[in-house]
Design a protein around this ligand. Structure first.
Ligand code: UTP
Length: 288
């Protein structure tokens, strides 16, 4: 078993790609199938053995806190109505792990958001970072696939990767490959949103990371990078020294629920994966 027991979920961004929906509803609370996007990400972490869920929030994200809290009023009302199955459904959220919250006072970038949670992570401790607007359908939880590489590499830091057509690389953080192994890579460098001609590969970093707390040494310098934001990507090169920085193209289908298209695609795919509605949904899609 991996020793990684903590995950940071940075959710203090503005969600501008999904306005006006995200004006008052955090994008993490938009519903995919029958639960908010953030719950799918927490389920992934919990299934991988992570026990401490640390959310970096902004002040308008109280609904996220409420979702993972117990609601005795609701439980009592369901009890009176003898809705036993539903009681189980609303009790399951706070059984996924322990929950902590820290506020990022201003959206200064993903690197800054992760840094805001530094007090929860010990010296020389490895931890996960999960961007919950990326949700993943897979047999083995994506973050667990990263944990396997972490073990294989004697404690290396590991990034979730996806290959994209070369002309799209300028939208992402891109890795430079040091060496290819059977199903993972070692990484010698990273560039945030490079120009097409300067991209070191077409392998891009997506919302799953296993990092060593050494990364906070760089993040505490608060250096601004691309877009005048404190970028997590810029700090990752600090992890290339032994035990090293690695990446894996995990098995699974990723959906970017921070965008309209990704969100609709996620709903359709999660629906097709749901025993209760899949045949009706298939029938409906065939008729389109
Ligand atoms: P994104 O760039 O995808 O999210 O950041 P965003 O900024 O909310 O969305 P757009 O681009 O304006 O539509 C990736 C993750 O990092 C978090 C976001 O909440 C998201 O989960 N984040 C980003 C922070 O927590 N703080 C920040 O300062 C920036």
């Amino acid at each position: 078993m991996s020793s990684i027991k903590k995950a940071i979920f940075p959710i203090a961004g503005l969600g501008t790609r999904f306005l006006p929906a995200t004006k008052s509803i955090p994008k993490e609370m938009l519903i995919v199938l029958d639960r908010p996007v953030i719950e799918w990400a927490v389920i992934e972490a919990s299934k991988a053995g992570i026990e401490e869920m640390i959310f970096v929030i902004s002040s308008n994200k109280n609904s996220v806190i409420e979702h993972f809290d117990r609601s005795e009023i609701l439980e009592n009302a369901l009890k009176k109505k003898k809705k036993i199955d539903q009681i189980g459904l609303v009790q399951s959220q706070n059984q996924l792990g322990s929950f902590s919250f820290v506020i990022q006072d201003e959206p200064k970038g993903l690197g800054h958001a992760v840094w805001c949670a530094r007090k929860f992570i010990g010296t020389n401790e490895n931890f996960a970072v999960i961007l919950p607007d990326d949700i993943i359908l897979s047999k083995i939880p994506a973050i667990k696939q990263l944990m396997r590489v972490h073990l294989k590499t004697n404690g290396g830091s590991v990034l979730g990767l996806e290959s994209v057509p070369k002309k799209e690389v300028s939208k992402y953080g891109v890795i430079k490959i040091k060496k290819r192994y059977e199903n993972y890579f070692s990484i010698s460098n990273l560039v945030e949103k490079p120009m097409y001609s300067q991209a070191p590969s077409n392998l891009t970093v997506v919302g799953r990371y296993l990092l060593n707390s050494k990364v906070f040494n760089y993040l505490s310098l608060q250096k601004k990078g691309y877009g005048n934001e404190i970028q997590l990507t810029d700090s990752l090169v600090q992890l290339t020294d032994k035990p090293g920085l690695y990446g894996i193209e995990f098995n699974g289908k990723r959906f970017d629920c921070g965008s309209k298209f990704g969100f609709i695609e996620a709903n359709i795919n999660f629906g097709l994966n749901d025993g209760d509605i899949k045949s009706n949904l298939k029938g409906m899609l065939r008729k389109l």
